[in-house]
Design a binder for this molecule. Structure first.
Ligand SMILES: Nc1ncnc2c1ncn2[C@@H]1O[C@H](COP(=O)(O)OP(=O)(O)OP(=O)(O)O)[C@@H](O)[C@H]1O
Length: 584
């Protein structure tokens, strides 16, 4: 089925986008008034020029001067209107980009963690930067151009018909052809543009990964491969952009050929009408200008079809994100402090349909004890943490804390009661103090120093030129892995959560730091519920309950001594650890 001006799905997207104009409706209305006034003035101008040019033969100087004054007034008004409109466009444009970015970024922040794997970092970046600019351009510039051209086509068309129906008919007959050509080109352009935007997603991902993983790239000796990958994507973008420009220009040029042919026919028939049908010369002069305006506006309308399709792709991509269903959902229950009795009841979970990660998992964790999880790589330990923190939800089964289904807790209650320390913690481009305050903005300087002393990082911070006010640049690359992790520990302490999850938190630390970390964990487990995922079994042999995770199930649980007696997997892991220590 051929779309009319643009097809239903696009029309739906555009009507949805009008909401972005709402906050600026007065300014938008004013720009429409400027626009209509501009059209009105441009309608009078050809008539005055027609009179002026034919008036030159009458030598009525007073009349000519009067007409020149009119022209000056018209030009002045056009300049003023143009200035006001340019200002309003830029105001609307920038504000809509800002609002779109706000909607997108808020949505990104509220998406479930799984959605980040679907879309990819590049996908988010190109939507934030490329697509917002295209959409804003559509809502302001393109929308106003369409209105302007529709107005011109209607009013100029009426005047042109009033002057000479024959000439107007010749002018109008070229339109369906131009429209059809542009419709065909529009379809091609939409396809190319969808491909281009998808390549942009990949391109942004590659740039992002290459910058973040520069050390791995150098260490692996794959600089050349990364450059080649970058160049391959850049070259695909280059080719696609060239193709799109060629398509647009081709569409424009074909319209131009139709336009020139129409003009030649117009002048020939016009001359005939002046000689044989007494058409006034001044009206014919005005008509030539009207027909130009008319054809230009028609041609613009057909080209707008092309840009609407391009913007349609961006709109589709942005709305796919804004309407993304995987949004974090929390309950309404507000609980200030949880004790930390965690239960998993028949929990099943998988990331992808085909592979089961957790199978009918039952867990019973009680406050006052120190828990640890061990198991082979990929056994499902981190997944258990992801479910406790609700980065993922079980497919079936229930997780409760203090008897409350964690789905019933509101976001603040859940987050403030659980602190997580990761192996590679994220520290932000803020000062050390600001990074620490993120966990608990109410913390005093004394609290901060106490927490840092506990994790043995206070002395190091004091050696920095600006101490706690030292800025951590580029995700704290100016600190060692152990130092980054110690700051993350301090952050968890400041958070004062009852439940603390250490995800392989000790592995990046040197022996001294590991010893003190072990001390901290032991201290913390006196008044916190502490669960540690550890590959270094020696760090957790004093835990009250060690859970052995295998193939998404807790296959055994107990003290080190008990597991050494009954669990062959645990015995194997422990032996491997001892061998590793011996060989160091
Ligand atoms: N985001 C994900 N998407 C798809 N599969 C995933 C994802 N994260 C983990 N998995 C898969 O789920 C399984 C359990 O992974 P998980 O990270 O929980 O294991 P783990 O016991 O913490 O492993 P490790 O000790 O190596 O960190 C693995 O098979 C892994 O491939």
């Amino acid at each position: 089925m051929q779309p009319n001006l643009f097809d239903t799905s696009l029309r739906l997207l555009f009507s949805k986008s009008i909401k972005f104009l709402k906050p600026y409706k007065l300014r938008f209305l004013f720009s429409i008034i400027c626009l209509v006034s501009g059209v009105g003035i441009s309608l009078i101008e050809p008539l005055i020029w027609g009179k002026l040019l034919t008036g030159l033969f009458s030598k009525d100087y007073q009349h000519i001067i009067k007409l020149i004054v009119y022209i000056i007034i018209i030009y002045s008004l056009q300049i003023i209107l143009n200035y006001v409109q340019t200002f309003l466009f830029s105001y609307l444009n920038e504000n809509i980009i800002y609002d779109l970015k706000e909607s997108i970024f808020r949505k990104i922040m509220n998406l479930q963690v799984s959605a980040f794997e679907d879309i990819g970092q590049g996908g988010f970046l190109s939507r934030l930067h490329e697509d917002t600019a295209t959409i804003s351009n559509l809502i302001t510039q393109e929308f106003i151009n369409i209105s302007l051209d529709i107005l011109k086509v209607v009013f100029v068309g009426i005047i042109a018909f009033a002057i000479s129906p024959t000439l107007a008919f010749i002018t109008i007959i070229s339109f369906p052809l131009t429209y059809y050509i542009n419709l065909k080109f529009g379809k091609l352009l939409k396809e190319k543009n969808t491909t281009t935007m998808n390549v942009y997603d990949e391109y942004f991902s590659v740039v992002q990964e290459s910058l973040a993983g520069i050390k791995e790239i150098k260490a692996l000796g794959v600089k050349k491969e990364r450059v080649n990958l970058f160049l391959e994507l850049s070259s695909r973008i280059k080719k696609l952009n060239i193709d799109m420009n060629i398509l647009s220009t081709l569409a424009g040029n074909i319209s131009l050929i139709v336009n020139y042919t129409t003009q030649i026919v117009l002048y020939s028939v016009g001359a005939y009408l002046i000689f044989k049908e007494n058409l006034k010369v001044e009206y014919f002069i005005a008509f030539t200008s009207y027909s130009q305006q008319f054809l230009r506006s028609l041609s613009n309308l057909t080209k707008i079809n092309l840009s609407l399709r391009k913007a349609g792709v961006s709109l589709q991509r942005v709305y796919d994100l804004i309407d993304h269903k995987s949004v974090e959902e929390f309950g309404d229950l507000d609980i200030d402090s949880l004790e930390g009795e965690i239960k998993f009841e028949n929990v099943n979970f998988n990331y992808e349909k085909q592979n089961t990660v957790l199978q009918n998992l039952n867990l019973d964790i009680n406050p006052g004890k120190k828990y640890a999880m061990v198991g082979l790589n990929g056994a499902g330990k981190s997944t258990i943490f992801n479910l406790i923190t609700r980065f993922n939800d079980p497919l079936t089964g229930k997780i409760t804390i203090d008897g409350i289904d964690i789905k019933e807790l509101n976001e603040i209650s859940l987050r403030k009661n659980i602190a997580v320390v990761r192996q590679e913690p994220t520290l932000f481009n803020l000062t050390i103090k600001e990074n620490l305050l993120l966990a608990n903005p109410q913390s005093s300087m004394r609290d901060i120093i106490n927490a840092c002393e506990k994790v043995n990082i206070h002395e190091f911070i004091n050696t920095l030129p600006e101490r706690y006010n030292t800025k951590l640049l580029n995700s704290a690359r100016n600190l060692s892995g152990g130092q980054r992790q110690s700051i993350a520990f301090a952050r968890a302490i400041l958070k004062r959560s009852k439940i603390i999850l250490f995800d392989e938190a000790t592995s990046a630390l040197d022996n001294d730091s590991q010893f003190s970390t072990k001390k901290i964990i032991n201290e913390l487990s006196n008044d916190h519920l502490v669960i540690i995922i550890a590959h270094r079994l020696l760090n957790i042999i004093d835990a009250d309950e060690i859970m052995v995770v295998n193939n998404g199930q807790i296959v055994n649980q107990g003290t080190h001594e008990y597991l050494m007696k009954v669990d062959s997997l645990y015995q194997r892991l422990y032996k491997e650890e001892l061998d590793f220590m011996k060989n160091r």
